[in-house]
Design a protein around this ligand. Structure first.
Ligand code: SF4
Length: 335
């Protein structure tokens, strides 16, 4: 196992493919209308560190509003982080100039929840897949088109479907196009941002199996962002749980699901249907909603909703620390 920075849920590989350290993304907020003065800040991501090794899948889970998507976008610098570092293949993503960033993005791709939003409605999906090759200057038009058809075939779409416009395809087919757009550039890391949550359950399984097959074939690493924990368990080597802009627990997937160390993880898992009645967990219903990231609670950010909260929890923030080899959590109950 690789050595870990102080607050880091680590990858299993010796040298991390992706290493994120103390990532911060704050948005300035205004307190009134257009003429108002700047107010406070919204701490969407507040000091997140993790590693992903080559060929590994890190699942990033938590409720909406926890900052998962902002982490994924920051890794590719599709949003500009406010602080921290992102290293990919040993290169500093946040310091990269335009040309270097373009080259890095060939190796780091993203699959979005809503593939149609990323497609030109007037272009055939084959042309949209080929576009990445042309933008990167990797192939002339005819060659790019041929390679697009090839990769569309690999994700289960026919040459005829390559000529379709986006609105002529189903949701599952469009997500295959989204995957093909990422794959055509032969990446090493794919950020999958809720890639199946808009699909029917039967189609979800097909897409997950496709992602697993492609990983086995190509040695891809995934940062797999989702709120469906059953899915995440199926696909991930390690899982990191995010709450209010921070990782609160990280562990190998099996260990996290079998013996969660943080009350928030326990609450999330209690809502997952068990494979077997004997394995069913008592449902833990959390009080209220996730607080606003513009006004996080003092002390432990989870304290206002935590069923196990103690007096010190609203005064002190627990350190995110290694509680057992390869297992990290931020909760006083593990002291
Ligand atoms: Fe709950 Fe306290 Fe642990 Fe926070 S530190 S998760 S409030 S028990």
């Amino acid at each position: 196992m690789s050595s870990a920075p102080a607050n880091e849920p680590t990858a299993t590989a010796e040298a991390a493919l992706l290493e994120v350290t103390d990532l911060v993304k704050h948005y300035r907020i205004r307190s009134g209308g257009a003429m108002s003065r700047p107010g406070g800040s919204l701490r969407a991501v507040d000091g997140v560190s993790f590693r992903v090794g080559a060929g590994e899948t890190l699942g990033l889970v938590g409720e909406s509003g926890g900052g998962k998507t902002t982490v994924g976008l920051s890794v590719l610098r599709l949003v500009q982080p406010s602080g921290g570092t992102v290293s990919f293949e040993g290169r500093d993503v946040l310091a990269a100039g335009r040309a270097e960033l373009k080259a890095l993005r060939r190796r780091m791709q993203i699959v979005f929840q809503d593939p149609i939003g990323a497609l030109d409605p007037r272009k055939s999906v084959g042309d949209s897949v080929a576009e990445g090759l042309r933008i990167q200057g990797l192939a002339p038009r005819a060659e790019a088109r041929r390679r697009a058809v090839e990769v569309l075939d690999r994700v289960g779409l026919t040459a005829a479907q390559a000529g379709s416009l986006p609105h002529e395809l189903s949701g599952g087919q469009l997500q295959r196009v989204g995957i093909a757009r990422a794959l055509v550039l032969d990446p090493r890391l794919v950020v999958c941002d809720e890639p199946v949550s808009a699909l029917d359950v039967s189609i979800q399984a097909q897409i997950i199996n496709l992602l697993l097959d492609l990983q086995a074939e190509r040695g891809l690493a995934y940062l797999f962002i989702a709120h469906d924990l059953a899915l995440v368990r199926h696909i991930s080597d390690r899982v990191a749980v995010m709450y209010l802009g921070r990782i609160v627990e990280s562990a190998p997937a099996g260990e996290l699901f079998d013996s969660p160390a943080h009350p928030y993880t326990r609450a999330l898992l209690s809502a997952v249907p068990a494979d077997h009645p004997a394995a069913a967990r008592q449902r833990i219903v959390l009080r209220g909603e996730i607080p606003s990231a513009s006004a996080p609670p003092t002390g432990c950010p989870f304290a206002p909703r935590c069923p196990d909260a103690m007096a010190r929890c609203s005064e002190q923030a627990p350190e995110f620390r290694e509680i057992a080899p390869g297992r990290w959590a931020a909760c006083f109950l593990n002291d």
